[in-house]
Design a protein around this ligand. Structure first.
Ligand SMILES: [Zn+2]
Ligand SMILES: [Zn+2]
Length: 359
């Protein structure tokens, strides 16, 4: 069985350790991918910081792309050498959620454990991926084949941040052309909600963020207006820009004040799309009578409610046409050995993605 280098989390809140671990060969329906790139997502950091609990020791990382290096029995349509995106969305295809078109909510327990620590002890493959490692073994349902020529760093972003943001707009909100949108948070996911709204034909796209610098980047991705979250009652400025309330407000940050304020931006009949994930136990409150009397709603959106085999090839094509920005989302490239520095840089709140690059 191959020995690979992986960044292992042994204690919450502590630096990851680069260790040599064992990766089992792909079993029935599984694929081994030799990674070329794995981006760092705020979800990885929430886990590493202990915000959501979970099993340790663990290998995080779930926003990956690479080349297929081995296939298990029963795998169809994927061959050794194929370039692929690796997502955390593992789905059985037959449970009520999968059959109903929502594989991100798959109800089957499809846990597997391809990793073993150097001392022979258990090592958890976090989020069905374990992408902070030279190779991964995942279920074939998590993989989407890429066309020739697409860069692996750009492709890795399609595994989480891009599908989460764009998918929240087209799938969760079902946005129609001409509708008005507010996006709270112009970070990795927020920028993708903004470009998703642009692609979907939104009329006004108002970015709300704490930083002028991020509002400027938001404009590059399609925001028509920017409002500083630090201004008093920022929804007033947003409504002034739109001339009305928003049909959809996307909360792309995990801060509870953003969730508390989100309904204030809505037009009658509008919806808050809940994308950002606060730490477990965080609470927010809202005024039910307002929601009831105005026909407003709140809806949670996990991983952009994507169907990866449908949505990722669509986004790859938009990228090839120049209509979806990917390269512009990358702020830094790091080696696996530099991962703790890359995580520290991500925590400074920079708008974009740091990517671990493997040679
Ligand atoms: Zn993620
Ligand atoms: Zn399922």
């Amino acid at each position: 069985m191959p020995q690979i280098k992986a960044a292992v989390c042994r204690a919450f809140g502590q630096p990851l350790q680069i260790e040599t671990v064992t990766l089992a060969a792909p079993q029935m329906g599984e694929v081994e991918v030799t990674l070329r790139a794995c981006a760092i997502c705020h979800s990885d950091i929430s886990y590493i910081d202990g915000g959501w609990g979970g099993t340790l020791p663990a290998v995080y990382g779930h926003e990956a792309a690479g080349h297929v290096s081995a296939v298990g029995e029963g795998v169809r349509g994927i061959s050794i050498g194929d370039g692929v995106v690796v997502t955390l969305i593992r789905s059985c295809g037959t449970c009520p959620s999968c059959a109903g078109g929502k594989p991100v909510s798959c109800e089957s327990d499809m846990a597997s454990g391809p990793l073993t620590a150097a001392d022979g002890g258990p090592l958890h493959q976090a989020m069905h991926t374990g992408g902070f490692a030279e190779r991964v073994v995942v279920n074939q349902s998590q993989i989407v084949k890429l066309p020739e020529g697409i860069g692996m760093e750009a492709a890795s972003l399609l595994a989480c941040g891009v599908i989460t943001g764009v998918g929240a707009v087209v799938n969760a909100a079902g946005l129609r052309a001409g509708q008005d949108v507010v996006v709270i948070g112009a970070g990795g996911v927020g920028l993708n909600a903004i470009q998703g709204a642009r692609i979907a034909g939104a009329r006004r796209i108002v970015a709300v963020d704490m930083s002028e610098e991020k509002l400027a980047i938001a404009r590059d991705f399609g925001a028509t207006d920017g409002v500083l979250a630090t201004t008093e009652k920022p929804w007033r400025a947003a409504k002034q820009a739109m001339g009305r309330g928003a049909d959809a407000v996307f909360v792309t940050v995990g801060a509870t004040p953003a969730y508390e304020q989100a309904p204030q931006y809505l037009a009658n009949g509008g919806k808050v799309i809940m994308v950002g994930m606060p730490h477990s136990g965080a609470m927010a409150s809202y005024e039910p009578v307002m929601m009831a009397a105005t026909g407003q709603g709140m809806v949670g959106s996990k991983m952009g409610d994507v169907v990866i085999a449908r949505d990722i090839p669509w986004m790859v094509d938009l990228y090839a046409q120049g209509r979806l920005k990917l390269d512009e989302l990358i702020s830094g490239r790091w080696t696996l050995e530099q991962i703790n520095d890359a995580i520290a840089d991500t925590k400074t709140g920079s708008a974009k993605r740091n990517v671990i690059v493997f040679d």
